[in-house]
Design a binder for this molecule. Structure first.
Ligand SMILES: Cc1ncc(C[n+]2csc(CCOP(=O)(O)OP(=O)(O)O)c2C)c(N)n1
Length: 682
């Protein structure tokens, strides 16, 4: 990096006095010392990565990163994503040193302890400045792609004065070895996300030892192949790092990779450069030696005042930029201002409720047989004009998923005027990007694939749930009902697996009306992601009477009450609710009093109070029908209930044949009901 001018902090007019007086070396060593000390005190953690990346982080935070520590929610701040989340002490040290609220020294001393703001891996919501939860390697990189995309989408809407920032992401060898990195890198390169800068901690070490044990990729060539700008620097040379970042910022039509060659555990006298520093305390002797080697002659957790003052000055250097941004933001109308963070304010919420109620009335009146993927598309056509920042997409199944509507316009490489992303066949990358879109603020992402491929997105879905992000997964072809594509494409265990995940609403609407209700709930659940499990095949409208009330909101409800005391309760979800209704009619002809319960969302039903649940479920024996495995249904069936569903993988055939073949029919439901009734009479 010799060809261009060097950037010196002394020449940077935005630097203030205190920052100029603290040396780079001291500031970087403060990070190293805090990382060593916190890991040592916790007796667990990862000191190597923060020590190795301290120089890069210092250059970034003191010379480039646009942030104001006292306004961590500034919508136009640069985003900093620590994809290599095991190096959490790097982030915690930076947040403390730059003066973020709630990150006191005490928190660093309580690293990895119960109730601290400094968990083992950074967790979104635990402290201001933590932009996303990382730790599962590669996810942060995927999030960063979504954030960089959000920035461009919002820039197009709001203009440079309001939205105009970068996304920086620190990724390690592990992140780049993960499969998700391929999807993320490829998507970012294709879309020309020029505001994304990845700082690769190129230390050639992972847990098992040198990376040469398992990988020989040329990362530079790999990124270049995906149309990234790339650079390679000595990650311990502040001027080279600064120049590389400066150059990367100047490239606006491509994302940038800066491979920073670093030494893991930099400063540790005998362990630096080895896997021994990756994920274990260095030990008292090694820490003593590192203090000597780094000329850091201070007590554990002590950061001398001039150095801390220098860091705090870095935390305020964009105060004027923040102030002028705040002035500009004041000129926005209130909904636009609110829309920068949460697009669904009270007014939008009211509009959603009105639109869904009107659509439900239409669906009831028309009574058309529609697949729920088609109903979902119709719902989206109503929602898109009223929900700002509703950004759709699909992993190459736009037509199948019904995610692309007449009102959708496609985002193209370098052109961000649209509201629809062709994510390509990159389910995992799509889900991680959607987390980034949601985390950025201003965007409500929805994206589709087949339900069976929720497995390909599951690690990111888990993070949507853990972080409490409003992400809507439109997952169609939700059972053997998809037919001829066969068992590779027919989900059987996915519903149960997704229902096992905390803070995730798995919704399986039975008709158009429930589908509209599910969408309403998905958009209004601000802190919970939603899976919409939708059919390929047409379904009759079962809700014959229009209700303004969202009956799906309680998770389950009585669709048809028995005429008199119940002999049996039939429970159905999605496409199989119609079978329960048919079975109830058959039984009625025989004088059997059957109630039919629709249960579109198990989690919401579980959250109701006991009296509601008991009233819905009743005390008669129960039969549930769902074209999936029965795992989990025990809870709603009790010891004596019967389950009609799948007991293994599906098969390739027309849907009707499959339902018969696997015994998922109204006749089977009625027979199971009769048997249960007989048993209770015996
Ligand atoms: C998906 C996933 N798999 C495995 C791990 C466990 N793990 C944590 S760090 C790490 C090695 C990462 O190596 P690198 O990125 O080079 O980090 P460094 O050794 O430089 O700190 C592994 C395998 C993880 N956190 N996430």
């Amino acid at each position: 990096m010799t060809e261009e001018r060097l950037i010196s902090p002394l020449k940077d007019p935005t630097q203030n006095q205190a920052l100029q007086e603290a040396t780079h070396q001291d500031m970087a060593n403060a990070i190293r010392a805090l990382a060593m000390d916190a890991v040592q005190k916790a007796d667990s953690g990862h000191p190597g990565m923060p020590m190795g990346m301290a120089d890069v982080a210092t250059v970034l935070f003191t010379r480039f990163l646009k942030f104001d520590a006292s306004h961590p929610d500034w919508p136009d701040r640069d985003r900093f994503v620590l994809s290599a989340g095991h190096g959490s002490m790097l982030l915690y040290a930076l947040l403390y040193l730059t003066g973020y609220p709630e990150m006191e020294l005490e928190e660093l001393k309580n690293f990895r302890q119960l109730g601290s703001r400094t968990p083992g891996h950074p967790e979104y919501g635990h402290a201001p400045g933590i932009e996303t939860t990382t730790g599962p390697l590669g996810q942060g990189l995927g999030n960063a792609v979504g954030m960089a995309l959000a920035e461009r989408l919002l820039n197009r809407r709001y203009g440079d004065e309001i939205v105009n920032h970068h996304t920086y992401c620190v990724a390690g060898d592990g992140c780049l070895m993960e499969g998700i990195s391929h999807e993320a890198i490829s998507l970012a390169g294709h879309l020309k996300l020029g505001r994304l800068i990845v700082l690769f901690d190129d230390n050639q070490i992972s847990i098992d030892g040198p990376t040469s044990l398992s990988v020989s990729d040329d990362q530079i060539e790999r990124f270049r192949a995906s149309h990234w700008h790339t650079a390679r620097v000595d990650g311990h040379d502040p001027e080279a790092i600064a120049l590389a970042i400066e150059n990367a910022r100047a490239v606006t039509d491509r994302p940038s990779l800066i491979a920073c060659r670093t030494i893991i555990g930099y400063g540790a006298p005998s362990k630096a450069g080895t896997a021994a520093t990756h994920g274990a305390p260095l030990g008292d002797e090694e820490i003593k030696g590192a203090r000597e080697k780094l000329h850091w002659r201070h007590q554990p957790f002590e950061v001398p005042k001039p150095i801390l003052t220098g860091w705090r000055a870095a935390g305020t250097r964009h105060r004027a930029a923040y102030d002028s941004w705040a002035q500009a933001a004041k000129r926005l109308d209130a909904p636009s201002r609110a829309g920068l963070t949460d697009p669904i304010d009270d007014k939008v919420r009211a509009a959603i409720l009105a639109a869904i109620a009107a659509l439900k009335a239409d669906f009831t009146r028309e009574g058309a047989k529609l697949a729920t993927r088609q109903s979902s598309q119709k719902v989206l056509e109503k929602l898109l004009p009223i929900v700002p920042g509703l950004i759709g997409g699909s992993a190459d199944l736009a037509g199948s998923n019904g995610t692309l509507t007449k009102l959708s316009s496609v985002v193209k490489p370098g052109e961000f005027a649209g509201n629809y992303i062709h994510y390509g066949v990159r389910e995992h990358g799509m889900a991680a990007a959607m987390n980034g879109l949601a985390l950025h603020g201003g965007i409500v992402p929805y994206g589709g694939t087949f339900l069976v491929f929720s497995d390909y997105c599951r690690p990111s879905i888990r993070l949507s749930a853990l972080m409490g992000q409003r992400v809507v997964y439109v997952m169609t072809h939700d059972s053997i009902g998809l037919g001829e594509d066969g068992p590779t494409h027919q989900p059987v265990e996915q519903l149960a697996a997704l229902r096992a995940m905390p803070n995730l609403h798995v919704m399986r609407p039975a008709d158009s009306i429930e589908c509209a209700e599910c969408w309403e709930l998905a958009l209004l659940a601000k802190n919970t992601p939603t899976i919409l499990a939708l059919t390929r095949q047409g379904l009759p409208v079962l809700r014959t009477a229009h209700t303004e009330e969202n009956l799906t909101a309680k998770g389950a409800y009585v669709l048809i009450e028995a005429k008199g005391a119940r002999d049996v309760t039939l429970i159905g979800t999605g496409s199989e609710l119609a079978l329960a209704v048919q079975a109830a009619k058959m039984l009625e002809g025989e004088g059997v009093r059957a109630a039919v319960i629709s249960m579109p969302c198990v989690e919401l039903f579980a959250a109701q109070d006991e009296s509601y649940r008991n009233a819905v479920l009743g005390s008669a024996p129960r039969v549930a029908v769902e074209a999936a495995v029965g795992f989990g249904w025990e809870r709603w069936l009790g010891a004596d209930g019967a389950f009609i569903g799948m007991h293994g993988f599906g098969a390739s055939a027309p849907a009707e044949d499959l339902y018969k073949h696997f015994g998922i029919t109204a006749e089977a439901v009625a027979a199971a009901a009769r048997e249960l009734i007989d048993k209770t009479k015996r």
